[in-house]
Design a binder for this molecule. Structure first.
Ligand code: MRU
Length: 376
């Protein structure tokens, strides 16, 4: 099976125009059996470099080093890596039980590659559960089923993004000025994005006059990836440093903020890229609507609040250096959490594939899960 988007992106987004393929340079991954291809996001926008993977451990390393990043994209890469993990285990153990035991170990290694985005654990567990239910089948059948399921998860993510884009755009007036943080775009998902799916749909409908993209220190996903995606599609984009967003809101220049999420607790507390929390506080102070856009795979209803969401801390060099150029003196200590948690009380609404959730999130999130279970 081969999956490369074949046609360029359309500008007119409506429910009936789905699916529209993204340009090949804006998708994070492609399945070219038996290989997983990842667009190396560490060298965008300067270089468009595709890397080829056939081993689960190498995909785990690509997730840790952020060759692939963004919660849904990480989950999808791991879903494909589970095909490799199963084939590796089956090559060592022909018996079902030891093979599944080894698969679990490889699944744990994949899940440990980044701790905050719950889409990673969700996707790996989906594949593991499938392999377990098929344990009495021939190994080839299990491998094929894992492949078909990974492709299904990819297609579902694209459909969910499309739907969220339409729900989000419906909240906006004509010519809105939007602000986003980090990259919650096509590159962070199976296609279209979460927050950027809203931007894409709104722009196609004449509801987005311009987008302010926070540069997003330390890894600069806003400057390198969001600006790259939006400029490629001709969507008017103004890049700002993170510390400029408050002043823009004070001047009345921002009509709404849309961000993605890495993990949402049962009460709506939301972990997303570091800097999201301060944006939400300032948005509240200036009555700017603040929306989180996320598929249900980003919700972790096993956690009652955001307090127990594990927050990744990354290497000091991400703060002391930019693109390999050292800025800070040697010997300085560094604090580098990759994510923060925005309390539910600061979130105006949550745009999901099953609708726009509103406070009280404890009950609207529970209802969304009930609705999606009933639809299966
Ligand atoms: O560290 P990253 O680049 O993986 O962080 C990405 C984000 O925080 C995104 O906002 C989030 O994953 C949502 S992506 C649709």
């Amino acid at each position: 099976m081969s999956l490369y988007p074949p046609t360029p992106c359309s500008t007119s987004l409506s429910a009936s125009s789905f699916p529209v393929a993204m340009p090949k340079t804006l998708v994070p991954l492609a399945w070219d059996a038996p290989k997983l291809l990842l667009l190396d996001q560490t060298c965008l926008p300067e270089q468009t470099r595709w890397l080829s993977y056939t081993q689960s451990e190498a995909v785990a390393e690509a997730i840790t080093s952020m060759v692939v990043r963004g919660a849904p994209a990480i989950g999808l890469a791991a879903a494909f890596a589970m095909i490799f993990a199963f084939n590796e285990a089956a090559a060592i153990h022909s018996m079902a039980l030891p093979c599944l035991q080894l698969l679990k170990e490889k699944a744990d290694a994949l899940k440990a590659s980044r701790p905050t985005a719950v889409n990673l654990m969700w996707a790996v567990d989906k594949q593991l559960a499938l392999a377990e239910t098929l344990q009495n089948e021939p190994v080839e059948a299990i491998s094929n089923a894992l492949e078909a399921n990974a492709l299904r998860l990819l297609a579902q993510d694209q459909a969910d993004n499309w739907q969220m884009g339409l729900y989000g755009a419906a909240l906006l007036q004509a010519n809105s000025r939007l602000l986003t943080h980090c990259n919650a775009g096509a590159l962070a998902t199976g296609g279209y994005g979460t927050a950027l799916a809203v931007v894409r749909a709104a722009y196609a409908q004449g509801k987005c006059l311009k987008v302010y993209a926070d540069e997003t220190r330390p890894r600069l996903q806003g400057a390198r990836l969001t600006a790259y995606e939006l400029v490629a599609e001709g969507i008017p984009t103004t890049l700002i440093c993170d510390n400029m967003a408050a002043s823009l809101m004070q001047k009345g220049e921002v009509d709404a903020i849309f961000v993605g999420a890495d993990r949402i607790a049962a009460n709506g507390d939301t972990a997303n890229k570091i800097g999201t929390y301060s944006l939400a506080v300032v948005a509240k102070a200036h009555q700017v609507p603040f929306y989180v856009v996320a598929p249900l795979s980003t919700f972790d209803v096993s956690l009652p609040t955001g307090e127990s969401i594990p927050i990744e801390e990354r290497h000091d060099s991400e703060v002391t250096e930019i693109e390999g150029v050292r800025l800070a003196p040697k010997g300085v200590s560094v604090y580098n959490p990759a994510f923060d948690v925005t309390p539910a009380a600061l979130i105006t609404g949550m745009i999901t594939p099953v609708g726009v959730l509103q406070p009280d999130y404890n009950s609207s999130i529970a209802q969304a899960f009930k609705a999606s279970a009933a639809a299966v």
